[in-house]
Design a protein around this ligand. Structure first.
Ligand code: ASP
Length: 434
């Protein structure tokens, strides 16, 4: 039995944070596999090492002197090293990085060094073995993780009795070069390890106590979600809640490995459990979230025209421009396509093409749509939620532009104007949750 524990950048911001990580690891002998991000921000005014590395890379690319950035990055790691009394030869590490870049400039390699150096320091500090992510996470020629190869690597390099630290956020291309996951991808590293090693749990340590029921920038001290299922998390993340990297779930779902979100600064808090089947059947609403700046394109067709053909043609245009369609309310001679924020040149091109379709007699656009999602696995058993939502928003004088409920009854989505976004979330939270 083992647990994979991933620590984000703020959990590694300085020696004090490293010490908290060590205490957490020492507290449970099952915590044998540790994944680390690059050093993060100490406070709001500080910079993440990954951001500095991208900035440094831009300096190198454009031939601008970046020595101040090299120094800043080196100093951050060196301070952790000296404060903890570690012996890693950081100067040698930096010389090697610079030499490699001189031979061949590779942004992914440079940026990956943030995680690499964190892991080197952490492995010495915990006295755990360092296993490089480039030995484990194999990408294929399409830029996707080759799961069979990755699992074989994981099981070859990490044996059940091993205690290891692995850098997050990167793996290796078929040609041997470094490939980064997308930003925040150390979450995915941890999930792949948890699945590959059949861990009993995947712990994701961050700087908040768990996932909140609503955005604290909109709701004052929202309640914390104690438990939710994988699908609810996907709905919440998709509709705007920033929780963990969206690809984190795929590796763990199959083996039903629970993810436990925990706070490095409050490790005995209950956190939030994300699992296949959440138990609590009382809490009707799991979370409320949403995003602004959607568009709704309304297409009116000639009365005798084939609606299905026009819908297909219109959707094909969206497909060609790679714009995600969220909803599509229809009536007899018209339909609306609600879609995500889109650059204006693409928007104009889409409108012009749709206007040019045969039998389309009018096209109009509403650029003022915010979507608010009410997510809850228990809504399916409680009738009348949609009615309540209409009542609450009617009372608050908020005009509902559209409403959609998925077939699984996991989410109700309502469209309001951007100006009403915050108030809608507030009214719904106050009346449905509190
Ligand atoms: N350090 C990377 C980032 O800032 C990856 C991660 O932290 O997960 O995006």
């Amino acid at each position: 039995m083992l647990v994979v524990s991933k620590f984000g950048g703020s959990s590694l911001a300085n020696a004090t944070q490293f010490a908290k990580v060590k205490k957490i690891i020492d507290n449970d002998s099952l915590r044998k596999v540790v994944v680390v991000s690059a050093i993060g921000k100490e406070d709001k005014t500080d910079n993440k090492i990954t951001d500095l590395l991208y900035l440094l890379s831009a300096h190198i690319r454009y031939g601008v002197d970046g020595s101040h950035l090299w120094k800043q990055i080196y100093n951050r790691y060196n301070k952790v090293k000296t404060d903890l009394g570690l012996s890693l030869d950081l100067e040698k590490e930096f010389i090697e990085i610079k030499n490699k870049l001189r031979q061949f400039y590779d942004e992914s390699y440079l940026v990956s060094r943030g995680e690499y150096l964190s892991a080197k320091l952490m492995s010495e500090y915990l006295d755990y073995e360092f296993v490089d992510a480039s030995k484990l996470f194999a990408f294929d020629y399409h830029g996707k993780i080759d799961i069979n190869k990755t699992n074989a690597n994981i099981n070859y390099y990490i044996k059940p009795h091993h205690k290891v630290v692995v850098p997050g956020f990167y793996g290796i291309n078929p040609d041997g070069s470094i490939k980064l996951f997308s930003r925040g991808g150390s979450d995915v590293t941890g999930a792949l390890l948890a699945a590959g090693l059949k861990a009993s749990k995947y712990e994701n340590f961050t700087d908040v106590d768990g996932i909140l029921m609503a955005d604290p920038k909109i709701i004052n001290s929202p309640k914390q979600i104690k438990e939710l299922n994988y699908d609810e998390l996907r709905e919440l993340s998709y509709m705007g809640a920033s929780v963990i990297h969206e690809d984190t779930l795929f590796p763990v779902i199959e083996d039903n490995i629970p993810i436990h979100i925990l706070n490095t600064n409050n490790p005995f808090g209950i956190g939030t459990i994300i699992c296949k089947k959440a138990n609590d059947q009382e809490q009707v609403i799991t979370g409320i979230t949403g995003k602004k700046n959607y568009h709704s394109l309304t297409i009116v067709k000639a009365k005798q025209a084939d609606k299905l053909a026009i819908i297909c043609d219109a959707l094909n245009i969206f497909k060609r421009y790679n714009i995600i369609v969220e909803h599509m309310p229809t009536s007899i001679d018209s339909f609306s396509i609600v879609f995500e924020e889109c650059p204006s040149d693409k928007l104009f091109a889409i409108i012009s093409e749709i206007k040019g379709l045969e039998n389309v007699i009018d096209v109009s656009i509403d650029n003022d749509i915010a979507l608010v999602a009410i997510v809850g696995r228990n809504m399916v058993t409680k009738p009348g939620i949609s009615g309540k939502i209409f009542g609450i928003l009617g009372e608050a004088n908020i005009n509902i532009k559209m409403i959609a409920q998925g077939a699984l009854e996991l989410t109700i989505v309502i469209g309001v104007s951007n100006d009403h976004f915050n108030q809608t979330i507030k009214e719904l939270y106050e009346n449905l949750v509190k």
